[in-house]
Each structure stands twice: as C-alpha cells, then as structure tokens.
Design a protein around this ligand. Sequence first.
Ligand code: TYD
Ligand code: MG
Length: 454
Amino acid sequence: MAAKAKTVWYCSSCGNESPKWMGRCPACGEWNTMVEAPSATGKSSSPSRLIAVAPERKPRQLKDIDYSNEQRVSLGLAEVDRLLGGGIVPGSLVLIGGEPGIGKSTLSLQIPLHCKGLRTLYVTGEESAKQVKMRAQRLGGDDSDCLIFCETEVGAIIGEAASIQPDLMIVDSVQTMYAEGVESTAGSVSQIKEVAASLLRFAKESGVPVVLIGHITKDGFIAGPKILEHIVDVVLQFEGENRGSYRILRSIKNRFGSTSEIAVFEMTGTGLREVANPSEMLIPIHDQGLSGTAIASMLDGTRPLLFEVQALVSSAVYGTAQRSATGFDVRRLNMLLAVLEKRAGFRLGSKDVFLNMAGGLKINDPAVDLAVVCAVLSSNFDFPIPADVCFAGEVGLSGEIRPVGQTDRRIIEASRLGFKKIFVSSYSSFEQAPKGIQVVKVPDVPELVKALFK
Ligand code: TYD
Ligand code: MG
C-alpha cells in the first residue's frame, strides 16, 4: 500500500503534509490550500533531517557543557549585529525574508563589503556574476574577501562551501534553489523544505553560519511558507512601504536573542544606510505642532521609539464616510472612532478619516492608540498639539486609558529627545520621571480631551 504513495499533499500556507487531498488544512484551518507535490522519497519527511544542532552521540551533564567559546561573528553592520543578539552565531541558519525589491540582496551583499576580512561565499541563483559585480560597485567597492558562486543545486553549493570553509555563506534565494532527488520544481514546498534542511545540516555540521534569503508574498507569507520559519534558527523580516525609502528589519524569531527588535535602514543611491537613532528620523522638525499630528511612543522589542502619527479628518464627500489607515489596523481605527463617538460625544460618523504612521512603520503596539485619538481630534478641530508633547497609552472600549508596558523607558526616551510632556494612563506605575519632563496622567478619553484641548 505505502509504495503507491508517490505524491503527497502540502498546505501552501503552513507546510503541513498530508497523504491525501483535503479541502481544509487541519493544521492551520485555511481552505483550498493543499497542493500536490511528488513525495521526496521519504527523505524530507524524515524528522532526523531537520536537526537543530550538530549531533552528539552521548548525553552530557548540563554542568559540564562549556559555552564560553560561543563566539559570535560580527557582520560589520552594527544594527544587524544587534538584531541577531550581538553578531551571528557560528553554525546558525538565518532567514532574511521580505517582498521582492525591498533590499534583501542589497543588504546581504553589503555584509561582505562592509566587513573586511570576512571570507564570504555569496551564492546567487537570481542574478549573474556580472549583475552582482555591478551592484557591488554601486555599493561602493569590491575589494572584499567575497566569492561569488552562481549555482542553484544545493548539493553542489554545500560541496563547494565544505571545501572553501568560508566565514559566512549567503544563499540568494531559497526559492531559486533545488535539491537533486526531489522531483518538483524549484520554489515548491517540498524543494524549499529540502533545501533549507540541507543548509541547516551543513551549517550545524561545519559551523559555517548561513544567511538564507526568502521572498515573502504580498500577504506577508514567506513563500513556501511557514515551514521555513520552523526550520531556521533566526528569522529577520524586511518591511517597509515600497514608496518610502525607509526599511525596517524586524527579528521575528531568534534562537539566540530577543525577538520583535527592529533596525531601521534608509535606502539610498549607494545601498542601505543604518539609521542608528530612528526616533530622531521619525519625529518632524517643526517648532510648533501642526494640526492632525501627534507623537506616539512605540516599543520595538526593548527599545522605545517615538514617531509621528498623522490624521486627516474631513467631511465625507460621498454618502458613506471613508476610513483608511496606513501602517495601522483599520479595524482598530474604527474602534477608536466609535469610542470617541460613544464615550466622548464627538460626531465623526459623517467624516472621512485617513490615518498614516510616519516612515512607513507598521504598528501593533497598543500604546499608539492615545496618539491616534489625539491626532484625529487635532485634525477634526484644526487644533495643533504642541510639538513637545507625546503620548503612550492604550484606549479601551469604555473610553478608559489603560497602562502600557515599560512606561518608565518610554518616559526616559521622550525626555532624552527633548519632549516636555508625556500623557500616560492614570493607572500606570513608573519610577520617578527624569527632570524636565512632565508626566500627565489621564484616566479616560474625556479627561484627556480636557487636559489637552482646554
Ligand atoms: P534588492 O536588494 O535587489 O531587493 P530584493 O533582493 O529584496 O528583491 O533591491 C532592489 C531595490 O533597491 C531596487 O528597487 C533598487 C534599489 N536600490 C537602491 O535604491 N540603491 C542601491 O544602492 C541598490 C543596490 C538598490
Ligand atoms: Mg534579490
């Protein structure tokens, strides 16, 4: 019976494998996502191939394990090193994901160019050696210790890497690679799984850190998809509005460091530039506040970040009011507008509301609610909020302002950047605020309005 099963079915959303077709994936609940793929002759489905560490033959006492020689390798880009938790760990597999054109190849080529002496094997399946050379020149030079290898068969790549023993290997991109013996096209789920598993095994066994590049589709999935996230040690995701020049690299998984940290880059004519202090870039430089803007404090991992929230409220031209939000959940915007209407009596039902987060940021920290509410009211009444005021608080359904995590650090960061006043929830607990900044505690939206727009 089992010999008959020449093909298997994969969920194209989560990578779940099934011997037969199903309308709905039992693992992730998505409909119509099962695709048929030739079975990898039992290879890739064998769990022993997805090793997370170099195999050891015998168990050891915890106390006998020495980690002091766990040396991280700097990639020459301070912000990337910080995201990784202080450099790349030897033998780790790091996935850099992002939409096409966002700058993955640029960033990964900048690593060997910036880090003199780092012997790098740059494997490309997307571009010719000439194209890579042209890009290197654009990025300001090619006098680095970098080997370019145009190859797409993972066995050949690993063979070459094993004999060269580079300090770092970069593989651009997983979707273009294939493994001999897996009978499906490059980019299919079974190929991606096999390629990633092979590279992981190579990394663990040789100690060479591997950076793997993967495309993410518009709806945010790493094409090929969740399965890759499970295999690799670290996932760094590139985000950004394509129109803007700012790019955010976010760590969404890290076996060797913290997650949800971000690094900000600016795409320039000569590659990506690290923005060491993103708050300063995201805050506008005007002495007086403009109506419709409010400064929010967002937490990125462990670091507070201040940025501008912009709102435009105008009378609806057509019958129904439009609501649109860039970088912010539009359902949450609708909820906040409903709270303003119901709990504070502002009639916004017939108004168009547009919301924008400066710098192409995508926000999911609830602490930004307060600034959203203030930006909307400020635009509605054409009442500028002073430029030295900022906000950190979550707004609840009954109009109450709820405390948010790490209020202390947010206050310190605001003070460091020269803000004179920060609005927080009455229920926040924090230590003594630094001198020079006034912390205004507000319990609910009506009180906030009184304190701000009186
Ligand atoms: P790229 O790194 O090729 O994206 P990905 O590998 O994620 O698909 O980046 C492509 C974009 O970056 C392209 O639109 C051109 C732009 N770019 C610059 O603006 N400046 C530069 O120095 C480079 C190399 C690219
Ligand atoms: Mg590319």
